[in-house]
Design a protein around this ligand. Structure first.
Ligand code: SF4
Length: 445
């Protein structure tokens, strides 16, 4: 599935035909909202409160977790039905609530699978994209005490998940969901899903808690709708998700269903610092996952290799900003600067530029090891002198080609121990790029 997502996105955008116009519009709206975040936050709080919601602000993950646990305890809750929420992955909410004695069940199918497997999501849109159908079948056979059965078809696996999760929806005391957008002028939160589990979490339990971050704000309903048109096509190539819901607040007198009490918890967790920094553009992200789907590094190593909640190009920018450069030193360097992520990003975030700036910060703040910094300075010196660069690359190329002629590769090479510890280094063959380029130019003339 993962390998088809770029194709599906490209087909959807071709059919749509207005990607660039809508992208620039959404970018302007996102930038305007971030520029006026204090105003839109106050407006959202006012409208949401007028709708009957209780709005909470959490400065960090620990505060969000504590607010949510308090609400659950006030209602003597025992079971929580959760929709997909990367924010609660960021704060480690599930474990916190479980330590508080609650039974927390993920209800998005992908999230449910990784929860049952004791794993973390590998992708922000498809949490279980790394798992095969067979491994999910074996997992369900092991975890669900439902007797003799075969789960060979995807439809059987989905039907079993639906059967097991129905019990959760019907018995949960509290529902927790995320939000794709917060609409300031109405106080509504918007959620898009393909499974409808978000709506069941939001409407069946008597208490609903929406956990999201400050940067999800948009001024108006039509802005959320414009963003949704880009988000869905970028994420899965669909023109529409199956469910797009706007939640206003608790059940009104004439409503036939809905929660009796609703809370919205807005997490900052470094976002206002990012907003004040040179990296503020990363907050324009609409969490579509397209940069991951199109990244050659992500495709080669998978989401778990990033070791963070947000993988791929956007995660490589966001994670060092949410934690620290020291803790996430490797991430900005795990990029080939191919630029594909920036081409497809519907929020037009210059991801390769931000990654390069982070590398610069790593070097300036001396987080990068001294020998790397020396190597980069040496490279910059040589690269700024084309004659010297060509002479040295010709020399090195010739030397390596001659030494490696017999075996075709090197198992050990000075200054390349990081590479050769895991794989052989191929000996150069043919001519250097510059030699080929000059030869081709000579033919063209
Ligand atoms: S950075 Fe862009 S492409 Fe990546 S998840 Fe965010 S909006 Fe999507």
């Amino acid at each position: 599935m993962a390998q088809f997502l770029p194709l599906m996105r490209d087909m959807a955008m071709d059919e749509f035909g207005a990607f660039e116009e809508l992208r620039q519009h959404v970018k302007r709206v996102r930038q305007h909202t971030l520029d006026n975040l204090d105003y839109y936050l106050a407006r959202f709080e006012l409208e949401a409160t007028n709708n009957g919601n209780q709005v909470h602000f959490a400065s960090d993950g620990a505060e969000l977790n504590s607010i949510v646990l308090d609400i659950c305890q006030q209602h003597n809750a025992r079971r929580v039905a959760k929709g997909k929420s990367m924010v609660t992955e960021e704060t480690g909410l599930n474990h916190y609530l479980e330590r508080g004695g609650l039974d927390v069940v993920e209800t998005d199918l992908g999230e449910y699978i990784v929860q049952q497997a004791g794993e973390t999501p590998s992708h922000i849109v498809g949490p279980a994209l790394h798992k095969s159908r067979e491994s999910i079948r074996d997992l369900f056979l092991e975890k669900h005490a439902l007797g003799e059965r075969e789960l060979n078809e995807p439809a059987d696996i989905v039907a079993e998940a639906r059967r097991v999760l129905r019990e959760t929806f019907l018995t949960a005391d509290v529902g927790i969901i995320g939000a794709n957008a917060l609409v300031a002028d109405t106080g509504y939160s918007m959620l898009v899903t393909n499974e409808g589990n978000g709506d069941l979490c939001a409407n069946l339990p008597s208490v609903l808690i929406v956990c999201t971050t400050l940067d999800r704000l948009l001024p108006r309903g039509e802005d959320a709708s414009a963003m949704q048109r880009l988000l869905v096509r970028s994420a899965t190539g669909q023109p529409q998700t199956c469910y797009t819901s706007f939640y206003s607040g608790p059940r009104r007198e004439d409503d036939s269903d809905g929660p009796l009490e609703t809370h919205i918890v807005l997490l900052d967790n470094e976002r206002t610092d990012i907003l004040a920094s040179d990296y503020r553009e990363v907050l324009q992200c609409i969490r579509c996952g397209a940069c991951m789907n199109h990244c050659p590094i992500f495709a080669a190593v998978g989401g778990h290799s990033y070791g963070s909640v947000y993988p791929g190009p956007v995660g490589s920018v966001l994670t060092p900003l949410l934690s620290s450069l020291e803790q996430a030193e490797a991430l900005p360097n795990a990029c080939t600067s191919c630029g594909r992520c920036a081409e497809v990003c519907p929020a037009d975030i210059p991801l390769p530029d931000l990654l390069r700036d982070l590398r610069h910060d790593l070097s300036e703040q001396k987080v990068t090891p001294r020998r790397w910094r020396f190597g980069m300075r040496l490279h910059a010196f040589v690269a700024a002198r084309p004659g010297l660069y060509r002479a040295l690359t010709n020399l090195g190329f010739g030397l390596l080609a001659r030494l490696g002629r017999k075996k075709g590769s090197f198992q050990h090479l000075p200054l390349a121990g990081g590479w050769t510890s895991a794989r052989d280094f191929p000996a150069p063959q043919g001519k250097t790029f510059m030699a080929q380029y000059q030869a081709r130019q000579a033919i063209d003339e």
